[in-house]
Design a protein around this ligand. Structure first.
Ligand code: GCU
Length: 340
């Protein structure tokens, strides 16, 4: 049992903690609302994991410029690239708390927050670019953008992230059998883990920022990504084989914190949404051009670009996709497959 004076001390201490955290929360809210309601000089901070040369970063810069023009300089989008504000998962969590305004992330780690986003990781679901874009800009894509609000994450638009393919340090991946025994870095996504496992590899989740060192130090034997990311993060310096099996089309998505969004005036919301859509359009055009450019560039750097037959890969993951048809995302898979 505590003595009387000790109980007073403890009660005082608890009261102090409660008061200071309450006051702190009020201060944070005050600073946030001041920042967002002050017509002149509002700053929105955006964190992401890609390099400044990457076409997705260039699109975000385009958005910043459009937002500045539309708002006559009253809304500034400050971009923090290269994972400066944390990994993709960490940025998503900061958005939920309202501690960060915006992030650009791959949809892969989002499936840990909203299971429906697993749909984009389903291997060989999209027939081609046009089919994928039909989903991003159509009913399904829009439903998912808005669904994020349920967990504090409002989707603004998708950004092209092309198709993901394997790249390896030593031997090329020409058939699924070549993945046997190889440790392959995957994104923080259950679907990505299952896919690499189904293909016979050993999936190793790791943040994108840690991957270069992971490859260099032999923690993993390879990874998978789109050509612009393979190039801009210089993974080609370590991995001399890129095998364009194009197993999944996992788009990027631009998210704004729901608490932050609710605090913006309808006018600012409109400027933000319009500039995001314009950035997506700008980036869609840039993507094909940059992909072709970087494929040439990596070849010049000594990488062999392989074009394996995709059919054996698709056949190997078919049982996994069939199983997914029985899960809650089964109806989404069907809707996507049925699109003309
Ligand atoms: C893509 C995507 C990034 C992501 C990366 C990854 O390049 O654009 O947002 O970080 O994949 O594999 O983690």
């Amino acid at each position: 049992m505590l003595g009387k004076s000790k109980s007073y001390l403890l009660a005082g201490f608890l009261l102090g903690v409660l008061l200071s955290t309450g006051v702190f929360a009020l201060c944070v809210r005050h600073v946030n609302s001041e920042r967002q309601n002050n017509g002149t000089g509002m700053i929105l901070k955006l964190g992401h994991s890609l390099d400044q040369q990457h076409p997705v970063h260039l699109a975000l810069e385009h958005m910043a410029q459009r937002l500045q023009e539309k708002s006559a300089g009253s809304v500034e989008l400050q971009i923090f690239p290269n994972g400066q504000l944390g990994s993709e998962t960490e940025c998503i969590e900061q958005l939920q708390r309202g501690a960060l305004d915006m992030t650009k992330t791959s949809t892969a780690p989002l499936e840990g927050f909203l299971p429906e986003f697993a749909i984009f990781g389903v291997p060989y679901l999209f027939r081609d670019d046009a089919h994928a874009w039909q989903v991003y800009t159509g009913e399904i894509g829009n439903e998912l953008l808005l669904k994020g609000s349920e967990v504090g994450l409002r989707g603004l638009c998708y950004l092209d992230a092309g198709a993901r393919s394997f790249y390896t340090v030593k031997k090329p991946i020409l058939t699924p059998n070549d993945l046997k025994g190889l440790k392959i870095r995957v994104q923080e996504s259950q679907t990505a883990m299952e896919m690499v496992e189904a293909l016979g590899g050993s999936p190793t989740p790791m943040s994108f920022g840690e991957l270069y060192t992971g490859l260099q130090q032999g923690m993993v034997d390879g990874a998978e990504n789109n050509p612009p990311s393979f190039y801009s993060n210089r993974h080609f310096e370590v991995c001399k084989h890129l095998s364009l099996d194009e197993h999944a089309r996992v788009p990027d998505i631009l998210l704004i914190s729901e608490p932050v969004w609710k605090n913006l005036s309808p006018q600012v919301q409109q400027w933000v949404k319009e500039s995001a859509d314009e950035a997506a359009e700008f980036q869609r055009k840039l993507w094909q051009e940059k992909t072709a450019e970087v494929l040439q560039a990596v070849e010049q750097q000594g990488v062999t670009v392989h074009h394996p037959d995709k059919l054996p890969f698709a056949q190997r993951v078919k049982p996994m996709v069939d199983k997914l048809q029985e899960t809650p995302i089964g109806s989404l898979i069907k809707r996507i497959q049925e699109l003309p």
